[in-house]
Structures are given as structure tokens and as C-alpha cells.
Design a protein around this ligand. Structure first.
Ligand code: PEP
Ligand code: MG
Length: 653
């Protein structure tokens, strides 16, 4: 026990290079003093290098300047205020114009922006803020904060929940104006000349999946890096962040304390290091790295239409995981063999209602069209846990959004949620079946734990088909139904499940969490979230063998499928179907082309005989030390998640 605790405490800290420790400082420098570099370390979610200005994302970290003014300065504060409102109004105008031209933009997104624009142009807010500036003789940013406080107080008396919640819209608009007011860049220095004027690295204490979805859709931001103080690599936020394809670090201790808006940040996300206000000497190194990663991207792009066949002739299919329908284009650009996982639940978030059957049909059919005849696997909504619909949407189906839930990951999630809200489920099934009439669609059910759940799903699919038939609407008559292996009971009873399902996909993100009893969202226990745990490896091995014996397709769509080391192990277990973030497909393809499935199987046999996790790591490290050319291809640094290269050494199984 003591041994484990000891290992855990060393393991939970990312190793800090000695040179880095020597550079660490207690606090970030003030605006005027010469800035000393501060080095912070974190865990890699997405590798790469980035150089940019910091922008704090959280409300409280805006760093709003508070200062008093002379009476004679009131006019210039009024002018600043009006100019900032004008700038934000222009931003809204451009954003709205862009959105109106795009396909697939939910009408709510436009309505939401229009509401914000209306609030912004409310003349009374501007004149009342000017009154505060005049009376209190304070700067415009500060006066806006006071105005917001005052408005918040008056909203507290409103009984209608919907109206009361509009205070958050007002707060967001005010924040945006404050950001423009206080967000002046530093005078151009050597560092800023080396980068594009718009390079922004977002820094936040935490991001919810909903936040990242908004970032994914925001085209007006040119974000080159993401730094998150909390977080875990396999959380849904991190998975979504990975799809932004920018260097991303989580678990960066002290990020919000040491970094402030406009600081220059140099991110070496390959090594998990952020330097705040770097010294000049570090810059050539990073620009070299930035050009190196763009060279390997160019090299990999040439593999787009190459078939993925290992060096010893095994064909491997590399499919894409999608979060949003627009990700399908990127899947095609990266040469995906199809969609192995479309996380449909994200269509149900960030909106006050649930999407109708027609809206869902349009979305799914749009993805099918983009994928040009390739398979599209649509996962029925995996709502619950950390992926929640809006308060309004929850209330509309009788869920109290304020009701505390002790173990959300073990609660009413995924298929359990669907079987509680069968109207929503039927609506989605009908939309998927209709999309199935337009191309090659498969349906996949998340979080199966009971064989009976698979039977019930079949009966709902039949019911949805009958309803569509009665309505005379075209639908897929023989849709393939698959299930996700994410719960240990499904892995253990896989044979029974396979009698009812056409294919299965292993969701290792959840399977590992449930097998090892480690919350994938909790950074405090992330050192225990180890995909190399012998229980994980043997469960995967058994599932792959069981599916092959039953003659059914099995794939892995969790994050480990995109980790070259782990993908090699899966290859050695006999897996031939992988699904991952589109951005990872080409580098995994490059890796597979150089790999030998026979050697991977040999490595797996050695691992199988190993009795401790240290032995397992030893075998892996020995193999890749002997095959430097292979390790070179993914340069250790590119490994995105808990891999033997990055992961802690030791935790005894
Ligand atoms: C998984 O659990 O591995 C998976 C792919 O599903 P999600 O990450 O969306 O829970
Ligand atoms: Mg899952």
C-alpha cells in the first residue's frame, strides 16, 4: 500500500527537467518590469509547437484594469467605450454574415448572436455606464463591471427562469466589450514580429465539452494553442480539444497564476512545456520545431490516398471519429476509410431544445454525402455524465438540472438515457434510418452492459422502421446494428452480445475507466489510468479473439487507437479496424506502413507472459529501441495519450 502511494505521488508529477526547475519563478512579472521567463509543465493532449500571446479564457481571469480618472478624462473614456462597442458590433456583424452563408448552421446559433447584438446596442446600457464613469470617475472597463453587478442584482428579483438566465447573455456581451477595451497588444517587439499578429494561445482553468464545441465553431478566433490548468487527457473536453488540431496541454499546474493575458507564450507541447515570456535564445529552437512538424505533415499528406497495408502485407482500415458534422470534410481530407464513430450527442448540446427528426436526418444525410459512399457509423446519443443537454432542454423532458448526481459516469448515461426517454430515442433512430436510405449507414449503441439492452434496441429499431413504412418515408431496411464495448460486463459476455449485433467497437476511454475504477475526468487519479494495465490488455485481447471467432467485425475507437505504441499492440492482438480523430489518421498510417504485424504479434506474446507492468514496459521499450526507424516515425513526442513513453513508470499492477 505504502509502495503504491509512493509510486503514485511521484507518478502524478510530470518529470521536470532540471534546467526548467532552475528557471521557475514564484510569480508572473508586472506589465512594466522586464519579464523573466517562467516554465510550466503539463500533460500532452495534442502535440506540436506554438508561439503566441496568451488570452485568459475564464471570466474571472480577464484581468480587467481598474483605475481612477480625472474629471477631464471622462470624455475620452466615453469615446473608448463607444469605440469598443462599435468594434464588437462589427465583429458580430461579420460573424453573422459568415454564419448565414454557411450550410449546417443551426438557426439557434444565429438567433443567439442576434440576441447578443441587440443587447450590445441597447443604448441605455451605454448611457448608464457613462453615468457611472462620470459619477465615480473610473475607467470604462471598471464601470462596465459595476453596471453588470447592478444588472445582476435587478435580475435576481425576476421569477421567470428563462428571463433570469438572460443575465448570462448580458454578462457575455459586457465581457466581450471589456476584452476589446483592455485587450491592447503590447508594443511590437522581436517576439511579436516573429509570429502572426493573430496568434493566440488560450489559457483556462478548465473547459467543458460545451466550451470546446463553441471554440470549434468560432471562426473569428485564430487559436494556435490551448493550455488548461485542470483536465485529464481522456476527458471529453480533451478529446474535442484534440480535434481542434492545435498543440494542447492539460494539467498545467499554476497556469492561471503565472500567465496573464498578452504574455508571450512558447509552447512545446511535444514535451509538455510552456515558457511564459521566453528569452530570445529559445525562439530559433521552437521555430525549427514548428517547421519540422509542418514538414512531417506535408510528407504524411502524400499518403492520403495510399492503402494502409503493413510492411508484411496486412490490410488495416483507419476510420475517423467525428464530433460535429463538419468534421466529415476533414475526415475525407485525411483519407479516412469511413466514419467509425460519429458522436451524435454533441448535436444535442448548447441549444435550448432537442433537434427534430428532420433536422437530424439532414445532418446525418449531410455527413453521408460528404463521405462519398464510405461507411458512416452513427452512435446513438451518449448523453449523460459530462455531456449534458442545456438546462432548458433537460427541463423540457422532466429532468431537474439541479438534482445532484453522485456518480454521473455510472448513472443515467448513453443507452440508459435513451431507454428512459424513448420518444427522443425513436426520433433519433428514425432520423438515422432515413439517412441510411441515402448511403452506407451503421447504427451503434453506446455503453451496453446487459444483453437485454441489445434486444430492446432491436425492437425499437423495428418500431421506428414500421412507423417510417406507415408514413411512406424511405428508410434503411437492413441497417447494421453494432454496440460499443465500454463496460466490463459487455467485454466478459461479448459472445452473447455478438449473437445480437452485427459489429462491435471497443470504447477504451470508458472501458479503461470502468475496468480500473479510475474516473477519466479526474486529474487526481489520472496516474492510475494506464492502458497498459495487464487487465486492460488481456480484456482487449479476449474481445478481439472472441469477435474474430464469431466472424464479426471489431474495431477500437477510443483514444489509444491513435497512439502509435498502443496501435502496434492492437495490431499484434490481431485488430485490423481502428477509428480515431481525423488529424491522427495520416501519422498512424505512416506508422502502420512501416510496421510488421508479425513482429507486433511476437511482442504481444512476450507481453502476455510478463507478470508486471514494468516488464510490459520493458518489452515495449526494448522493441522500439531495436527499431529506431519506427520510433523515429512518431518521434515519441507525437504520442497523444497515456503511452509507455509518456506515462509514469512503475505503478505495480
Ligand atoms: C470511448 O469510451 O472510448 C469512446 C470512444 O466514447 P467516448 O470517449 O465518447 O465516451
Ligand atoms: Mg465512451
Amino acid at each position: 500500500m505504502d509502495e503504491l502511494q509512493k509510486t503514485a505521488s511521484t507518478a502524478s508529477q510530470e518529470p521536470t527537467p532540471p534546467a526548467v526547475e532552475a528557471e521557475q519563478h514564484d510569480s508572473a512579472c508586472g506589465q512594466e518590469e522586464a519579464c523573466e521567463p517562467v516554465v510550466l509543465t503539463g500533460t500532452v493532449v495534442s502535440p506540436g509547437a506554438a508561439l503566441g500571446h496568451a488570452q485568459m479564457f475564464a471570466e474571472g481571469d480577464l484581468g480587467i484594469p481598474h483605475f481612477s480618472i480625472e474629471k477631464t478624462q471622462t470624455r475620452s473614456e466615453f469615446t473608448r467605450l463607444r469605440a469598443a462597442v462599435h468594434t464588437v458590433d462589427k465583429e458580430f456583424e461579420e460573424l453573422l454574415a459568415d454564419l448565414r452563408q454557411e450550410e449546417d448552421v443551426p438557426p439557434e446559433a444565429i438567433a443567439f448572436l442576434e440576441l447578443h447584438r441587440q443587447l450590445l446596442n441597447d443604448e441605455s446600457v451605454i448611457t448608464e455606464t457613462q453615468d457611472i464613469i462620470r459619477e465615480k470617475l473610473i475607467n470604462a472597463e471598471w464601470a462596465l463591471s459595476l453596471k453588470l453587478e447592478e444588472t445582476r442584482r435587478s435580475f435576481e428579483e425576476i421569477e421567470d427562469d428563462y428571463l433570469a438566465d438572460r443575465i448570462e447573455d448580458i454578462a457575455q456581451v459586457i465581457e466581450r466589450v471589456q476584452r476589446v477595451l483592455s485587450g491592447r497588444r503590447r508594443p511590437a517587439d522581436t517576439v511579436s514580429r516573429m509570429m502572426s499578429e493573430s496568434s493566440v494561445i488560450l489559457v483556462a482553468e478548465d473547459f467543458s465539452p460545451a466550451d470546446i464545441l463553441i471554440l470549434k465553431r468560432r471562426r473569428d478566433l485564430s487559436i494556435t494553442g490551448l493550455i488548461i490548468e485542470k483536465g485529464a487527457t481522456t476527458s471529453h473536453s480533451s478529446i474535442l480539444a484534440r480535434s481542434l488540431e492545435i498543440p494542447t496541454l492539460v494539467h498545467v499546474n499554476g497556469a492561471c497564476e503565472h500567465i496573464k493575458t498578452d504574455d508571450v507564450l512558447l509552447m512545446d507541447a511535444d514535451k509538455g512545456i510552456v515558457t511564459v515570456n521566453p528569452v530570445q535564445e529559445n525562439l530559433p529552437l521552437i521555430s525549427k520545431r514548428m517547421s519540422k512538424s509542418s514538414t512531417s505533415r506535408l510528407r504524411q499528406r502524400r499518403l492520403r490516398s495510399a492503402h494502409c497495408v503493413t510492411a508484411d502485407g496486412c490490410a488495416v482500415s483507419l476510420m475517423a471519429n467525428l464530433a460535429l458534422p463538419e468534421d466529415a470534410k476533414e475526415a475525407m481530407t485525411n483519407g479516412a476509410d469511413g466514419v467509425g464513430l460519429f458522436r451524435s450527442e454533441f448535436l444535442f448540446m448548447n441549444r435550448p431544445d432537442f433537434p427534430s427528426e428532420d433536422e437530424q436526418f439532414e445532418t446525418y444525410a449531410g455527413v453521408v454525402k460528404t463521405m462519398k459512399g464510405k461507411i458512416v457509423t452513427i452512435r446513438t446519443m451518449d448523453l449523460g455524465g459530462d455531456k449534458l443537454p442545456s438546462r432548458e432542454a433537460m427541463e423540457s423532458i422532466g429532468i431537474d438540472p439541479d438534482k445532484p448526481i453522485n456518480n454521473p459516469a455510472l448513472g443515467n448515461r448513453a443507452i440508459r438515457f435513451c431507454l428512459k426517454h424513448t420518444d427522443l430515442f425513436l426520433t433519433q433512430l428514425k432520423a438515422i434510418l432515413r439517412a441510411g436510405a441515402t448511403g452506407r449507414v451503421r447504427l451503434m449503441v453506446p455503453m451496453l452492459a446487459w444483453v437485454s439492452e441489445a434486444d430492446i434496441v432491436q425492437s425499437y429499431v423495428r418500431r421506428a422502421q414500421e412507423e417510417l413504412k406507415d408514413q411512406g418515408v424511405p428508410y434503411a431496411e437492413n441497417i447494421q446494428i453494432g454496440g460499443m464495448v465500454e463496460v466490463p460486463s459487455a467485454a466478459l459476455c461479448l459472445k452473447q452480445f455478438l449473437k445480437r449485433l452485427d459489429f462491435v467497437s471497443v470504447g477504451t476511454n470508458d472501458l479503461i475507466q470502468y475496468l480500473l475504477a479510475v474516473d477519466r475526468e479526474d486529474p487526481d487519479v489520472s496516474y492510475l489510468y494506464d492502458p497498459l494495465h495487464p487487465a486492460v490488455l488481456s480484456t482487449l485481447y479476449n474481445c478481439i479473439n472472441t469477435a474474430h471467432r464469431a466472424g464479426k467485425e471489431i474495431s477500437v475507437c477510443g483514444e489509444v487507437a491513435a497512439d502509435p505504441v498502443f496501435a502496434f499492440l492492437l495490431l499484434g492482438m490481431g485488430l485490423r479496424h481502428f477509428s480515431m480523430e481525423s488529424a491522427r489518421i495520416l501519422s498512424i498510417k505512416e506508422f502502420m506502413l512501416a510496421s510488421s504485424a508479425k513482429e507486433a504479434a511476437g511482442l504481444m506474446r512476450r507481453i502476455h507472459r510478463a507478470s508486471t507492468i514494468q516488464d510490459i514496459r520493458k518489452h515495449i521499450l526494448e522493441y522500439f529501441a531495436d527499431h529506431e526507424e519506427l520510433a523515429d516515425g512518431f518521434a515519441v513526442s507525437q504520442v497523444p495519450c497515456a503511452s509507455p513513453w509518456q506515462n509514469v513508470k512503475g505503478a505495480e499492477s
